[in-house]
Design a protein around this ligand. Structure first.
Ligand code: E4P
Length: 217
């Protein structure tokens, strides 16, 4: 499973990238809204930090403008993935941009039919929003399972990017359901290795090693 960071904060991205397990980044207009850096500068920075795909969303709603914006975004860096909403306009723009070999992430996916359309339009990624589905008392993980089965049935190559992740359990369940990628907010990412039994075990090992008087170096 690939791990993407769901963030538009270059400092956090830089810090977390140093651990060596981040494969890409996803941004969205709400995350960019929180940034104080100008849009283009911000995207250039993020694309330089991470050696992997960086999803950046268009701002328009018509397919003509989405295509124009998508082409412009793709010129910013080699690792840009154009993020488009799953609407008819987004699907049409996806078909055009994918046809030009520009990778597209179709976002705001809340149903299997949307995911089928994403695959048929040649999207490189589809982003089911599992947390927002759970918030609406629906089953986000079940959506991942369904998309996985459908894609396998028809040999669709679009990668399933589990988005709107809120908990470690979301990551585990997405992995079990066969999502290719989980995009994770920095706050949650920092907690991933934490386990109270790891802390307790380490304390015991440290103290026993100390008592043994042995040396490695
Ligand atoms: C994915 O690409 C989105 O940026 C993100 O996961 C949305 O998450 P949210 O529902 O926590 O805003």
């Amino acid at each position: 499973m690939d791990f993407f960071l769901d963030s538009a904060e270059p400092e956090e991205i830089y810090k977390l990238n140093e651990f060596g397990v981040i494969d890409g980044v996803t941004t969205n207009p709400s995350l960019i809204y929180q940034s104080k850096i100008s849009f283009r500068e911000l995207i250039i920075k993020i694309c330089k930090i991470v050696n992997g795909p960086v999803s950046v969303e268009v701002a328009s709603n018509s397919h003509e403008e989405m295509i124009e914006e998508g082409l412009e975004l793709a010129r910013i860096a080699n690792n840009i993935v154009v993020k488009l909403p799953i609407t008819w306009d987004g699907i049409k723009a996806c078909k055009t941009l994918s046809g030009k070999k520009i990778p597209v992430n179709l976002t705001l996916c809340f149903s299997s039919t949307q995911a089928i359309l994403a695959a048929k339009a040649g999207a490189t990624y589809v982003s089911p929003f599992i947390g927002r589905l759970d918030d609406s008392n629906l089953d986000g993980i079940q959506l991942i399972r369904d998309i996985k089965t459908i894609y396998a049935n028809y040999g669709f190559k679009t990668r399933i990017l589990a988005a709107s992740i809120r908990t470690k359990n979301h990551i585990t369940q997405s992995a079990v359901a066969g999502a290719d990628i989980a995009t994770i907010p920095p706050k949650l990412f920092y907690t991933l290795p934490n386990h109270h039994l790891t802390d307790k075990g380490l304390q015991i090992f440290n103290s026993d090693w100390e008592k043994s008087g042995q040396r490695i170096l």
